[in-house]
Design a protein around this ligand. Structure first.
Ligand SMILES: [Zn+2]
Length: 328
């Protein structure tokens, strides 16, 4: 099947089987404030169910963590206590799991414009620094571009060498953060379907998963459209069928995660046998290369350091003279 046909097949499947019930972009001129309450007196936290004076709503609660680049989608349904609970808990695991991706994609850190990924185990031999418009990568080897040349030519693809493992994190906690985002953007009308998911993200329900599927999609060269690609989406199954009732997707520049919402009553008793990747946001003709899709299993509870393969397409090579190494 060609890339074009595959794209059309996915598009036709999701159009016929799903309705888009929420879609919000990370960079909007106007902030999107998601709220369940009509008057301030009735304001409650969606996650713990409490309101004032038991809890406060002073902190700015991002419906999707700002480390993924979200500046615009704000939840008015999250109390300060739950905000801290998620930030110090599951969201920190997702942050550690995605540090390399975010740095390579040039997503600024929370408190500053630059973002850095370091090979901590090996005296920072590999270091990636990104700021708007530029990603700088310092590699331990090769020492010279000449070392890359094969048969007198630079290869089309240059793998990034060095320790590219993520920081230690628990995969199921990182998955929990994705479920939390989905619960935050879920429209009020579907709240009954996500009650058990809310209970699980808040730690009120012990579940051991043997599988927690996370769809992962990568599109090269998304810097061409920058932040315009970044958004979240919630898809609702139109009628009964062998697929999940709710899909949540978060695209952050080049990368995308897609998860089925666990514990929806509408899914009960039915084995979810049909799992499809939503079509890429980027057209099959995307000049920087096609989108690749894979399924990850984030059910693990132990901390892991995940290895990633990264390679770059060579566009142009420029020789520069480095300062001479200091001899001690
Ligand atoms: Zn709360």
């Amino acid at each position: 099947m060609s890339v074009q046909e595959d794209h059309e097949r996915r598009e036709a499947y999701f159009t016929s089987r799903y309705l888009k019930i929420a879609e919000h972009w990370f960079h909007n001129n106007n902030r999107v404030e998601l709220r369940d309450h009509e008057t301030e007196v009735n304001r409650l936290c969606r996650f713990c169910g409490r309101g004032r004076p038991e809890v406060q709503f002073r902190k700015l609660a991002h419906a999707v963590s700002d480390f993924l680049g979200n500046r615009s989608i704000i939840s008015m349904n999250e109390c300060d206590e739950c905000n801290v609970f998620f930030g110090d808990g599951c969201e920190d695991h997702l942050s550690k799991a995605t540090m390399l991706h975010r740095t390579l994609a040039g997503i600024p850190r929370k408190h500053g414009v630059e973002s850095t990924f370091k090979d901590r185990m090996h005296d920072e031999k590999l270091r990636i620094d990104s700021k708007p418009g530029a990603v700088n990568i310092r590699v331990p080897e090769p020492n010279s571009v000449n070392d890359l040349v094969v048969d007198g030519e630079l290869p089309e693809t240059i793998p990034l060498r060095g320790d590219l493992r993520s920081q230690p994190h628990s995969p199921i906690e990182a998955a929990r953060a994705l479920v939390k985002f989905a619960c935050s953007i879920c429209p009020k009308g579907e709240l009954s379907q996500i009650q058990c998911a809310i209970e699980w993200v808040r730690g009120g329900r012990e579940v051991r998963f043997s599988q927690f599927p996370v769809g992962f999609a990568f599109t090269p060269g998304a810097e061409a459209i920058g932040e315009k690609a970044s958004h979240v989406m919630l898809l609702l199954r139109r009628d009964d069928g062998p697929e999940p009732y709710l899909w949540f997707l978060v695209q952050f520049r080049n990368f995308r995660f897609q998860i089925p919402l666990p514990f929806c009553p509408a899914d009960d008793g039915v084995a979810r046998s049909r799992m499809e990747h939503f079509q890429s946001l980027f057209p099959p003709s995307w000049p920087r290369g096609e989108t690749t899709f894979r399924w990850l299993n984030w059910s693990g509870t132990e901390k892991v350091r995940t290895s990633w393969n990264v390679s770059h397409h060579c566009v142009e090579s420029i020789s520069i003279t480095r300062p001479a190494d200091r001899v001690s």
